[in-house]
Design a protein around this ligand. Structure first.
Ligand code: ATP
Length: 217
């Protein structure tokens, strides 16, 4: 009988790629086991959280032994679908978009920006970081043709919603939104919002108002 996929909490799921990357490094160094303290130090997640996360997928560390690296890697590979390449589209080839195209996501995982879109004629028809750039007029046709259901949005905020609507029509399932715009989408579509300006601002606020004292260390 086929095994049911393990249902894990969303907060745990978000940490999986972090664990996966570190365990992959350990594996390539020939290490067979790792303690939750070592993991905690490397990925900067407290060890109680790591133990709880790992218990969801049946990896119960043994006292004095730690976790089996191969077992964990096998689990992560399956859960994160590392055996299958996920193709991603990038909309808006500006400064941020260009940086993403040049950054080789494939180094650490199995997601790849396969295609870019823009309205700027000087960018359309070019290739950046091996990724071809098409005009927005071809958005729906190309996404459907290539079966791409994940998109990164790096366009100016005022055009984010109409572009999102076209993406929804093109059957997109997930959207990583780097614009400051809050997007309306049907309930079945997942949007993760990353506003780098807000992140930086709140980081600076924390540094100023919640300095880390020696006592807490
Ligand atoms: P740049 O220096 O290239 O202008 P930027 O990141 O400062 O980059 P933005 O104004 O944020 O510029 O625009 C990001 C990208 O989104 C640009 O390449 C722009 O051509 C593109 N863009 C603008 N409007 C649309 C649209 N309606 N559809 C797709 N792409 C768009």
């Amino acid at each position: 009988m086929a095994q049911e996929p393990v249902k894990i909490p969303q907060a745990t799921a978000r940490r999986l790629p972090l664990y996966y990357r570190f365990l992959n490094n350990l594996h390539s160094q020939g290490k067979q086991r790792v303690s939750s303290a070592e993991l905690s130090e490397a990925v900067k997640v407290d060890s109680a959280t790591i133990r709880r996360d790992f218990s969801y997928f049946g990896a119960l560390g043994k006292k004095g032994y730690g976790y089996n690296v191969n077992y964990l890697l096998g689990f992560f590979r399956k859960t994160l679908d590392q055996d299958e390449l996920t193709k991603v589209a990038l909309i808006g080839v500006g400064n941020l978009g260009t940086a993403f195209l040049n950054y080789n996501f494939l180094k650490n995982n199995n997601t790849k920006i396969e295609i870019g879109f823009d309205v700027d004629e000087s960018k359309v028809g070019t290739t950046i970081g091996d990724v071809p750039i098409y005009h927005m007029d071809e958005l729906q046709e190309k996404l459907v043709e290539q079966g791409i259901t994940v998109a990164i949005l790096t366009v100016p905020a005022p055009v984010a919603q109409p572009i999102t609507d076209s993406l929804v029509e093109a059957n997109i399932k997930g959207l990583l939104n780097f614009t400051p715009a809050r997007l309306n989408v049907p309930k079945t579509i997942r949007v993760h919002h990353i506003d780098l300006a807000v992140e930086l601002q709140s980081f600076v606020y924390f540094l100023k108002h919640y300095p880390i004292t020696e006592k807490e260390l």
